[in-house]
Design a protein around this ligand. Structure first.
Ligand code: ARG
Length: 527
């Protein structure tokens, strides 16, 4: 097992330490000046220190011996402690110090990375526990591509934080509570009197079931009334209603579990219903802070700069999405002691998150300063579009079923593999496994490579292309590397002990440098 000694921080952090020492020597009286290290134009070097300009603004006219930013830059360069990390430095423009890293040092560091393992290069984040609230479909409604994006992005964030040694609670905040259940339960009771035995068949196709009950709700006033009564019975905890509710949830759950299983995503469900008992306490706490007001029969929180208030108790006295989120936030902070709570939903919900985050800050649940912990973040994402530039749907204008989508990715891959004669070389199992890895990988990668906030067009042909920036190409490259290693006949474990990495070709230096930037890239992505 590697120890902390082997990893001394990302490249930026290591350079920052050197420049920090130099800054203390260059301007001993400016103790609050922190080193500013940034990537630099590769024509001039690998990194640069950008302190000279702002330092000059800070100290000029205060009796300094320096005559401008350039001389400050030169002094910063001169005062750098000797280090095997740096090959050379130059001054550019108004005092930028460009740094070229030593090739030998890069080689040595890559070797350490290989010997001690990439885990030892995990960034150190200032938090212990995070909650990633993602996927979070709504019961009795089919999961749609938006939930797929949330699942993929949320899982990726969770993996990066876990890699960085943060304990992550992966929360599925499913929509398993609310007035729609009155309608569903009442419909179940009326249409399937023997529902307790046959509920699986009755609601096997949950979406169809939802639609049929909604249709009745909208057209049959008597049913509507009975459905509203059913909500009251459910929320009052009546046995039969709770049981029907639990069954509907279970059937729905089986559906989305299938998607998670295929994608290799772990999630722990704590749905909206879980927080229901905590809502009155949370609202009381907010009320005691004077945040809740009466408005048009509802109870609301007014947020500065927003036209409409955040409704926390509806006119009919019922709770809603926002009251649940406030109770969940209080629970996550106080009971689960999360330092960072991350919510992954489409950008359309940004306003909702901004509003209840602000309410929580005003209540003193969260520090007002966004750079302090505990903190909350909304990670939004754009829509998934079809070829027609509209929201991604199938021909029948239904939302696309995720399972079908994953099936298609897989079967397309399998077809290509068969076309290439793999059916003769591989077992059926190998064929299946490869088609899954490539197909599901392609869907994930196509999502992640896009700008998170913009809409993107879902296109099988593009994501399954074996050339270009796709998962297929990456997997292919990986397979080739494995084959090179295999054909070399060398024992890697042996090489790690006895071999020595040398970066002879310029491309090798570029590659080595790229590998060493891993830690700061992960850190940047996390933060
Ligand atoms: N169920 C919601 C939806 O489908 C997403 C929930 C996100 N999480 C949260 N704590 N509000 O839009």
């Amino acid at each position: 097992m590697a120890t902390d000694e082997e990893y001394t921080g990302s490249l930026k952090q290591q350079l920052a330490k050197l420049f920090e020492a130099s800054l203390r020597a260059t301007v001993p009286n400016e103790l609050d000046v922190e080193p500013l290290i940034a990537a630099c134009n590769p024509r001039f070097g690998d990194y640069q220190c950008n302190n000279a300009m702002s330092l000059w603004t800070k100290i000029k006219g205060k009796g300094t011996e320096f005559t401008g930013p350039q001389p400050i830059g030169r002094a910063i360069m001169k005062n750098l402690p000797a280090s095997e990390m740096i090959e050379s430095c130059t001054i550019a423009g108004p005092g930028f110090v460009n740094v070229v890293l030593s090739k030998q040092w890069i080689a040595k560091s890559v070797q350490k990375m290989l010997v001690y393992g990439i885990e030892t290069w995990a960034p150190k984040l200032p938090i212990k526990r995070a909650i990633v609230d993602f996927s979070s479909p709504n019961i009795a409604k089919e999961m749609h591509v938006g939930h797929l994006r949330s699942t993929i992005i949320g899982d990726t964030l969770a993996r990066m934080l876990e890699f960085s040694n943060v304990e992550v609670l992966r929360r599925n905040h499913v929509g398993d509570w609310g007035t729609q259940f009155g309608m569903l339960i009442e419909y179940l009771f009326e249409m399937f009197p023997d529902w307790e035995v046959i509920s699986d068949q009755a609601i096997g196709d949950l979406e169809a079931f939802y639609k049929a009950s909604k249709q009745k709700f909208d057209t049959d006033p008597g049913f509507k009334e009975r459905a509203q009564q059913a909500v009251v019975s459910l929320q009052g905890g009546e046995g039969k209603y709770r049981k029907a509710w639990a069954q509907i949830c279970e059937i729905s759950r089986r559906g989305y579990e299938r998607v998670y299983q295929r994608l290799g995503v772990q999630l722990e469900e704590k749905g909206e219903s879980f927080y229901n008992p905590y809502i009155p306490g949370a609202l009381e706490a907010l009320s005691n802070k004077g945040l809740i007001e009466e408005s048009e029969g509802a109870r609301v929180i007014f947020i500065e700069g927003k036209n409409i208030p955040l409704i926390v108790v509806k006119k009919d006295g019922g709770y809603n999405y926002a009251s649940t989120d406030l109770a969940a936030l209080q629970y996550r902070l106080n009971e689960e002691k999360a330092d960072w709570i991350i919510y992954v939903t489409d950008v359309g919900q940004r306003e909702h998150f901004e509003m209840f985050f602000t309410a929580a800050k005003r209540a003193g649940w969260l520090p007002a300063d966004d750079n302090m912990y505990p903190k909350t973040s909304h990670v939004g994402f754009g829509l998934v579009l079809g070829e027609d530039g509209k929201r991604f749907r199938t021909r029948s204008t239904e939302v696309v079923k995720l399972v079908d989508l994953l099936d298609e990715a897989k079967s397309r891959c399998k077809a290509v593999l068969i076309e290439r004669g793999k059916a003769n070389e591989w077992t059926e199992e190998e064929l299946e496994q490869t088609a899954e890895a490539v197909g599901y990988g392609a869907v994930k990668y196509a999502d992640l490579k896009n700008n998170r906030l913009t809409n993107y067009t879902f296109n099988f042909d593009q994501m399954l292309n074996d050339k270009g920036n796709t998962a297929v190409y990456l997997l292919y490259a990986h397979a080739r590397i494995c084959s090179i290693i295999r054909k070399s006949g060398k024992n890697l474990e042996e090489l790690k002990k006895t071999g020595k990495i040398e970066l002879a070709h310029p491309d090798e230096r570029v590659l080595g440098f790229h590998l060493l930037q891993f830690a700061e890239i992960v850190e940047e992505a996390c933060t």
